[in-house]
Design a protein around this ligand. Structure first.
Ligand SMILES: [Zn+2]
Length: 67
């Protein structure tokens, strides 16, 4: 039986909610959607770059909080 590719939902994705790279859960997607809805002027690559920058800030915040 051929191995079907995993659905997109189970692929690791940069998660804004948790500041992490992991398979997204419903809460994770909700946070991502909220972020996008709050920035309707961002499109395409610009939106992706801004999103990744936001996730990186979240990662740094988590690092600061854990120390
Ligand atoms: Zn997450």
């Amino acid at each position: 039986m051929p191995t079907a590719p995993a659905p997109a939902e189970t692929q690791p994705t940069m998660c804004l909610l948790h500041g992490d790279y992991h398979p997204m859960e419903q809460d994770c997607w909700a946070a991502t959607m909220d972020w996008q809805f709050a920035r309707p002027h961002l499109e395409g690559q610009e939106a992706r770059d801004a999103y990744l920058a936001a996730v990186e800030r979240q990662m740094l915040d988590d690092l600061v909080r854990s120390h």
